[in-house]
Design a protein around this ligand. Structure first.
Ligand code: F6R
Length: 631
């Protein structure tokens, strides 16, 4: 995720800024840049590691005691020098480093271009610099920043400098953290306290809707509409490692807890309450004329991304009314597959670098499919290879076991499905003239998508108690940490969740686990069940298909009759399957195809907790790499 550092004081800013950037490296980034003010604003940027930026600085020194710096994790525009921060206005008098996503940047950019502003990058951030320029009247830089921020929809944590008021840093926060480090005669700014630690432990945290003007002699904190706010100086007691992990013991746990935010990032600007439209660039202007219809969809992915793809396939086939299959990319690419004419291939990959998914996407394209991607890492190979697609904006996933990318992928399928249904209704209307997703259903999907982040927060609060360790998931983990086998069962949309729950447990705790369709159990695996076998049954109510709940209730009966120890993941208030279960994990109600997002969270936590209790490092499971770039 992007990182911000700022400095104002009496030392040369560049070494302090570089040092701060290095301390933010753990967050992941693809490019970096520094700007200082002395005679004007001078900027150096580099793609790749901080070391590359450092090398450039050897040849082009940047002088000045005021400066800002940034590590970028691309969201809008590929990783490149021109897209790296800091960004400037047309005249180069204002520079800005920004974290977050500006949702209305396209309309603002058009407006500013009409007014004569010249843009250089493909980023959303650059509009902020130009907007500040638009409002700047030669004094009170912070007022221009306030006016600019009032035009923005989206999230930001930012720091800005200006040549005309060179002894000031202006910082602001709305949805993306900013902390000010307080020291004697010098001040620091960062998006993450890790960057400040060597210099000071005294900090002021800005809240959303707050900003500050920082000079070398002090700072003033205020609201975004210029009312003074009094802030306490707090003392950091954490060490560097704890800060990197945001206070969590492992990246995996941190990333599980980031899921409400990563889903907000994905939804931001794409859907709005009470509207059925989906604003996705890949659909608005992505489909070329020759793609006149879609007669079949093939989803291609590996591992956890394949599980998300299975959920997507079930959903798309049901609502779009064309055949949809989800294939393991590694199998697809080596078995001479047939693609029917007018096929759409959707490749799903967190890293965008998985060799098999890449190979499968290439093959699908060669066989004539129009290709799309659902990818997290901007500018990755798969993202560049496909004809269009959706970025997850989940931020870097550092834990090897994929968590937040999975939930975002499931949500991305829901969005894509809504968008494709509009497209297909126009280009290939159904014979009876009905819409694939009637407006009232689309509104319901939009409503449920928007409430998902809060529901995930509820799951996190109820099932896992970070401070006391007595959450239901932690109790279950203690009970079963020494077991040798686990069975996970689900039907319909929850069958892939059974697979995902089992995969998470296998890969980080090294316990053998099987994920199975509950319906298939009687064809074999039922023989495994005895009183030593914990069986996780994923069975939230499916109001659209009530039969499915009844069926899985019968499967639960079968497990219980054979002595299996049931851990049930059910809806709040469930009174049937939960009566058969030894342990009950409740998740809030939602639409059937979004249940996987909520039901996966406790299973991620269960795998995590068991791994830790068994003494394993969940962030670095044995034999696994984060990105499988070999076949
Ligand atoms: C499991 C896991 C892997 C990946 C798989 C595909 O937790 O992380 O199964 O999902 O290697 O990786 P991406 O999504 O990067 O293509």
């Amino acid at each position: 995720m992007c990182g911000i550092v700022g400095y104002i004081g009496s030392r040369e800013a560049t070494p302090v800024l570089l040092d701060g950037l290095k301390r933010l490296e753990y967050r992941g980034y693809d490019s970096a840049g520094i700007a200082t003010v002395s005679d004007g604003i001078n900027i150096i940027k580099a793609v790749g590691r901080i070391a590359a930026l450092e090398k450039k600085l050897l040849d082009n020194s940047l002088f000045g005691t005021v400066g800002i710096a940034h590590t970028r994790w691309a969201t809008h525009g590929e990783p490149s020098e021109v897209n790296a921060h800091p960004h400037t206005d047309s005249e180069g008098n204002i520079a800005i480093a920004h974290n977050g996503i500006i949702e209305n940047y396209r309309s603002l950019k058009q407006l500013l271009q009409k007014e004569g502003h010249t843009f250089r990058s493909a980023t959303d951030t650059e509009v902020i610099a130009h907007l500040i320029e638009r409002y700047y009247e030669g004094r009170d830089f912070e007022i221009a920043v306030q006016k600019a921020l009032a035009q923005l929809e989206g999230t930001y944590g930012l720091v800005a400098i200006c040549t005309k008021e060179p002894k000031k840093l202006v910082v602001a926060r709305n949805g993306s953290p900013i902390v000010i480090g307080v020291a004697q005669g010098e001040f620091f700014v960062a998006s993450d306290a890790a960057a400040l630690l060597p210099y000071t432990r005294n900090v002021v945290y800005l809240e959303d809707g707050e900003m500050a003007v920082v000079t070398k002699d002090g700072y003033r904190t205020m609201t975004l509409d210029n009312k003074d706010v009094k802030k306490e100086v707090e003392k950091i007691t954490w060490d560097l490692e704890m800060i990197e992990k945001g206070g969590f013991p492992h990246f995996m746990l941190k990333e599980i807890y980031e899921q409400p935010q990563s889903i907000r990032n994905l939804l931001g600007g794409k859907i709005k309450k009470n509207e059925t439209d989906v604003r996705m660039r890949c659909l608005q202007n992505g489909f070329p004329e020759h793609v006149s219809r879609i007669d079949a969809i093939k989803i291609l992915a590996c591992g956890t991304s394949w599980h998300a793809g299975l959920v997507g396939a079930f959903l798309m086939e049901k609502l779009l009314k064309v055949p949809v299959t989800c294939e393991q990319a590694s199998e697809f690419r080596y078995r001479q597959p047939v693609m029917v004419p007018n096929s759409l291939a959707v490749s799903v990959s967190q890293s965008g670098e998985t060799a098999d998914t890449k190979g499968a996407a290439q093959l699908a394209k060669k066989l004539g499919a129009y290709s799309m991607g659902i990818v997290n890492v901007v500018g990755s190979t798969i993202a560049r290879m496909v004809d269009g697609g959706v970025y997850l904006h989940a931020g870097p996933e550092i834990g090897v076991a994929s968590t937040k990318a999975f939930s975002s992928q499931v949500v991305a399928f829901s969005l894509l499905n809504l968008g494709l249904s509009h497209f297909m209704d126009q280009r290939q209307p159904l014979a009876d003239g009905t819409k694939r997703i009637p407006d009232k259903d689309a509104l319901k999907i939009v409503h449920e998508l928007l409430s998902l982040p809060e529901k995930i927060e509820r799951v996190l609060q109820t099932v896992y108690h970070k401070d006391t360790g007595d959450g239901i998931v932690q109790q279950i983990a203690r009970e079963y940490k020494n077991t040798n086998n686990f069975l996970y069962l689900g039907r319909g949309y929850n069958y892939p969740i059974a697979l995902e729950g089992a995969l998470k447990l296998k890969e980080i705790s090294y316990i053998h686990a099987e994920g199975y369709s509950a319906a298939e159990m009687k064809h074999g695996p039922i023989a495994l069940i005895d009183r030593n076998m914990p069986v996780v049954i994923i069975a939230p109510h499916d109001s659209e298909e009530p039969e499915s709940y009844k069926k899985i209730a019968s499967n639960a009966e079968e497990v219980r009759a054979r002595g299996g120890r049931i851990i049930a993941v059910v809806n709040e208030g469930d009174d049937e399957i939960s009566k058969m279960a030894e342990w009950v994990i409740e998740v809030p109600n939602t639409l059937a195809h979004l249940v996987p997002v909520l039901a996966t969270v406790p299973l991620q936590l269960l795998a995590y907790e068991i791994a830790v209790l068994r003494g394993h490092d969940p962030d670095k499971p044995r034999n696994l790499a984060k990105s499988v770039t070999v076949e």
